[in-house]
Design a protein around this ligand. Structure first.
Ligand code: GLA
Length: 389
């Protein structure tokens, strides 16, 4: 709750200053890391994310007037007016307001009579760092809208609404993992999601005395990220069609080999990553349940290799972090997390070795990449919430 309180506090202060009155409702939603199951959600595969102790807050009130919708970003000290019944191009591409407006537009599209509101947002999730800052913002706003309207929405419908907002208003063809994690996570647990059926299972995380989960932010974001993400998704879709199946879940490595003349090299590699990653994710969830951290760590490392060599979404900075981590005593496993091309890597470490391993990794990264990484000790945290204040 402390991270909820911190960002809600900032958002409330800014709300009072900018709008001259008190907010009546406060919502917050967490960022996430994905333990394993990368680039599989948009093909209906398995993912195993965990919500972390960094959150985004949305606070505000109904204005009961005829004025425009208004939103303020406390971290940027920026206020906008917008019309959620209008189109995305009322705001520049990449603008944070598109996520806010897109989510409200989603509720209106469902037939909700959303009153005119003023909202202030504040986030602890680093923007564009691969920890799902955008999903945390979308979900915080969705919880706020649902709270202020006094209406419930099914959590899966809410995740899909937020995903659609990101696709239609921000132009990112993302899967549904990040939004599901921000909504449905439970403290102390990872969330196994079957992205085909949207079924979920809460898998207990190791206690803090058994393992430390450490996030290393490369502090780089390569410009090609958005275009390359879309290219991976497109390759998976054409491979699925060429293989004549509904989902890459329905094929094996043998099927891919047998059909290799129907696939380009890029499609074959992407399909192979998805097939092997789905297997690894299911096995990893079992290893986590049975407390087999050595096996879990091995699967993390294999996942990274597959993302680097088959899916080809890693980069030099991520590979360096993973290589440095894998060479440290006490590290069970390490891998890139999220879409790739920069952003963050994670490592699962024996608690007594965590401080020295972290130091070695940070020093090696500085030496080899010529910049500092940021280190975030992660705790498996609860999903979104909204309260009247
Ligand atoms: C981003 C997307 C997710 C997922 C990951 C890769 O975080 O938003 O839907 O596809 O990349 O696993």
């Amino acid at each position: 709750m402390s991270t909820h309180n911190a960002c809600v506090g900032r958002a409330r202060e800014a709300f009072l200053r900018v709008f001259g009155t008190r907010a009546t409702h406060a919502a917050s939603a967490p960022g996430r890391v994905n333990l394993i199951g990368e680039h599989t959600d948009y093909t209906g595969g398995y993912v195993l994310p965990v919500a972390i102790n960094l959150r985004c807050a949305a606070v505000g009130r109904i204005t009961y007037g005829s004025g425009p919708f208004r939103a303020h970003a406390a971290d940027l000290n920026q206020t906008i007016e917008f019309d959620p019944r209008g189109t995305p191009d009322q705001l520049p591409r990449g603008h944070w307001g598109r996520y806010v407006a897109g989510v409200i537009a989603g509720f209106i599209g469902r037939g909700w009579d959303v009153p005119t509101i003023e909202v202030s947002v504040a986030t602890d999730v680093p923007m564009g760092g691969g920890l799902s800052s955008s999903a945390a913002l979308e979900v915080a706003v969705a919880q706020f809208v649902s709270g202020i309207c006094g209406q419930e929405i099914d959590p899966r419908e809410e995740a899909l609404l937020c995903q659609r907002a990101e696709q239609a208003w921000a132009g990112v063809p993302c899967g549904v993992m990040d939004q599901m994690a921000a909504i449905m996570s439970r403290e102390g647990h990872a969330l196994l999601i079957d992205c085909r059926t949207m079924e979920t299972q809460h898998v207990p995380m190791p206690s803090e005395s058994d393992a430390a989960l450490v996030v290393f932010n490369t502090n780089v974001k390569h410009a090609l990220a958005a275009g390359e993400y879309a290219r991976r998704r497109a390759a998976c879709e054409t491979a699925t069609r060429a293989l004549g199946v509904e989902s890459l879940r329905d094929v094996t490595l043998e099927t891919i080999d047998a059909a290799s003349s129907a696939l380009s090299d890029h499609e074959r590699r992407c399909a192979r990553h998805v097939v092997t990653e789905n297997q690894r994710t299911v096995t990893a969830a079992d290893a986590l349940r049975s407390g087999d951290l050595a096996e879990f760590g091995r699967l993390m490392s294999q996942s990274h290799a597959s993302l680097r060599d088959d899916m080809r979404v890693s980069c030099q900075e991520l590979d360096t972090l993973v290589e440095l981590a894998s060479a440290c005593e006490g590290v069970y496993g390490a891998r890139m997390t999220g879409a790739g091309f920069g952003g963050c890597a994670i490592a699962l470490i024996e608690p007594s070795k965590s401080a020295s391993a972290t130091e070695t990794i940070a020093a090696g990264y500085r030496q080899r990449c010529g910049r500092d990484c940021s280190i975030i000790p992660a705790r498996a945290s609860a999903g979104a919430c909204c309260v009247a204040v």
